[in-house]
Ligand binder design. Structure first.
Ligand SMILES: [Zn+2]
Length: 312
């Protein structure tokens, strides 16, 4: 299911609302004029709303904290029915990925190409969808995303990866964060403020443990192939860990990543660096990240990924 992160809110209780609202703000990117759109939607029967409209409604509720008439429950129920639209992970190397991301600005989806494409991906809101959902274009003839209304779409016929980590990396590349951080600044932050260590002797281990459920999940990934849906779960899992530290107002975070075997080393390294990048450019207090990695192979891979992201 596409909105896997809503599953835990199926039987919604009041005490879960703050965490739901945080998740909504993390996952959903809506058009700038979402309040205006909401005004038009608010009296329409929920069964008639499109997926994008349901997202706007949910986002509006998370911002205004207006919870009434079990509306939230109904929206969640409907979004949970949306099938997973993520596409398989590409076999591109990180260098190739970065090269493709750079070329995206010249390959944005034009209205004239719509007929010969099936799928579009948006690197602003990270949605992947059938082209028939596209309803708007700008004055340059570029297609606008039905979810966020940005001109940040590209089509499947361009043979560019459309998996989650690619879209996530591309968003970092083309966006400026809430704190005004662009990709050039982000590279400097990564270089200066992410340290990869092998020695955890100076650290009080108890303070830095990953959430149990996420740890178990990561453990399972050490034996199986990571899927495109896993990519979003992994980035979010690391993000949640750092968010807890940010909420304590801490300047530094240490993450100890237990990874026993040599499976999926590139993938996990890449997703961890993407998560660190997102955290560093968006968090207010947290400015320095220490990654403690006992597994030597993983440490080497992680250093390689970080170096490539910083230099290319
Ligand atoms: Zn979008």
């Amino acid at each position: 299911m596409k909105y896997w992160w809503l599953e835990k809110y199926q039987n919604l209780e009041m005490k879960m609302l703050p965490s739901l609202f945080l998740d909504v703000q993390y996952f959903l990117v809506v058009p700038k004029n979402y309040v205006e759109v909401y005004q038009k939607l608010k009296d329409v029967d929920i069964e008639l709303l499109t997926e994008a409209e349901l997202c706007i409604l949910l986002y509006w509720i998370s911002v205004t904290k207006t919870v009434k008439n079990n509306l939230l429950g109904k929206i969640i129920e409907r979004l949970l029915l949306v099938p997973d639209t993520s596409l398989p992970i590409s076999d591109y190397s990180l260098l190739e990925v970065i090269e493709e991301i750079r070329s995206l600005k010249n390959r944005r989806a034009m209205i004239g190409q719509m007929g010969c494409n099936n799928i579009a991906a948006c690197d602003s809101c990270l949605n992947v969808f059938y082209v028939d959902q596209i309803k708007a274009t700008n004055s340059k003839g570029q297609c606008l995303c039905p979810f966020c209304l940005k001109n940040r779409l590209y089509f499947d016929n361009e043979y560019i990866p459309m998996n989650y980590s690619f879209l996530f990396h591309s968003r970092l590349f083309y966006s400026t964060s809430n704190l005004g951080c662009n990709y050039q600044k982000l590279k400097k932050l990564l270089k200066k403020n992410v340290k990869i260590l092998d020695d955890d002797s100076t650290i009080n281990l108890k303070e830095f443990i990953l959430d149990l459920e996420f740890s178990q999940y990561l453990k399972g990934l050490q034996m199986k192939k990571i899927t495109a849906l896993d990519e979003s779960k992994i980035i979010k899992g690391f993000y949640d860990y750092f968010l807890k530290i940010e909420e304590c107002g801490s300047y530094e975070a240490t993450l100890i990543l237990p990874w026993k075997n040599d499976c999926n080393l590139f993938q996990i390294s890449y997703l961890l660096i993407l998560s660190c990048a997102f955290v560093l450019e968006n968090f207010f207090y947290l400015k320095e990240i220490h990654l403690v990695i006992e597994n030597r192979e993983l440490r080497t891979q992680l250093k390689k990924v970080l170096k490539t992201c910083i230099e290319k």
